[in-house]
Design a protein around this ligand. Sequence first.
Ligand SMILES: [Zn+2]
Length: 48
Amino acid sequence: MCEKCVEIDKKIEHYRLIERSILDQLTVGRAKELIAELEAQKAALHPE
Ligand SMILES: [Zn+2]
């Protein structure tokens, strides 16, 4: 894992915390979207 992945992982972790601790459906939905976006960014950094 490179530095960029570590940065992205930190953000993902942050949004996962939001996802778990916030009950507001809109915010949780947005957090899920952001996690998916960040995971896509990570995948793009390391193409097969
Ligand atoms: Zn990496």
